[in-house]
Design a protein around this ligand. Structure first.
Ligand SMILES: [Zn+2]
Length: 308
């Protein structure tokens, strides 16, 4: 669905709720506590949520009452679901990302609301349970901040971003504490399969896999320090093209983003990047939101807003 479809299809909160219920329970409603399919449905006009279907579990030991949004990101939201849907459609459509200020204008809501919405939606974009990368994998680092490449000693450790991309496969972007060998290896081992065939890196000596689970992988090293960028099919160009797209998004959309939230932006970017050929990004992401657990406000820090 594109922006127009979403706007036309979801005009009321009831329509949104119905859709969330079908995403959450494609095979019929189940109790959110015990999982039973013995569920009765009724509407309670006396409730504040007029028109929202109330379900009650029929298991004698459970008897839980719930709605389609119970235990999800949408539970207890004061914002109309139509705004949530619009926010999501704008975010999944923005290839280079979108700032809270832009979102505020699109949705006609306050800045704080837009900021909070964006962060909650980003939370749903975290890759969990994704397969490890294998085949030919390119690994490179980049630096986020106002500094230019080529003066490594000037970089602050906290601004290091590691990019890992499987050729013909997925991308991962990870914010690192520093660029020491152990830190790099820790991050890589969480995302790269031990059976990986080839690993392409630059000549940073921290990429030393001799005594690691990757010792059998064929190594391709490109000498960035000597301005060498391609030698046959040895290069890290596909991960670097992702870096440059991310950075263009930073300049255009986020301006000075807070380093504290950098990993969330990296997640959002790689989530969209890895699904750039799908036409159902809105539906897929909404499904994650319809299933997930709510994120308490305390997990986000309001004092960083000005920079987002
Ligand atoms: Zn139950």
């Amino acid at each position: 669905m594109n922006l127009i479809d979403i706007h036309e299809t979801f005009k009321t909160d009831e329509q949104c709720i119905e859709y969330l219920a079908t995403l959450r329970w494609p095979d019929g409603v189940r109790c959110v506590v015990c999982g039973s399919d013995q569920v009765r449905q009724y509407s309670s006009p006396t409730k504040k949520q007029t028109g929202r279907k109330i379900y009650q579990c029929q298991e004698p030991t459970c008897k839980q009452q719930f709605t389609a949004t119970s235990g999800t990101i949408f539970h207890d939201t004061h914002l109309p679901l139509t705004k949530w849907f619009l926010a999501l459609s704008v975010i999944v459509d923005a290839k280079k990302g979108i700032s809270a200020k832009q979102l505020q204008r699109h949705l006609n809501v306050g800045y704080k609301t837009a900021w909070y919405l964006a962060h909650r939606i980003r939370k749903a974009m975290e890759e969990t349970g994704s397969p490890l990368l294998t085949g030919t994998v390119e690994i490179d680092e980049t630096y986020i901040g106002g500094r230019t490449r080529g003066h490594a000693r000037k970089f602050q450790d906290k601004d290091v971003v590691l990019g890992i991309r499987q050729r013909g496969g997925q991308l991962r972007l990870l914010q690192l504490e520093n660029r020491k060998e152990a830190t790099l290896y820790d991050a890589i081992s969480q995302h790269v399969d031990k059976g990986v065939e080839r690993i392409m890196t630059d000549d940073n000596r921290a990429y030393n896999f001799k005594d690691t689970q990757y010792h059998n992988a064929e190594r391709g090293t490109i000498r960035h320090s000597r301005k060498e960028y391609v030698r046959g099919d040895i290069h890290t160009n596909t991960v670097e093209s992702a870096f440059s797209l991310f950075k263009r998004g930073l300049v255009g959309s986020y301006h000075q983003l807070s380093i504290k939230h950098l990993q969330r932006y990296l997640n959002e970017f790689s989530y969209r990047f890895n699904r750039r050929d799908t036409r159902t990004l809105f539906e897929q992401t909404l499904q994650r939101m319809a299933m997930g657990k709510p994120m308490p406000f305390a997990e986000l820090t309001a004092d960083e807003q000005a920079s987002v």
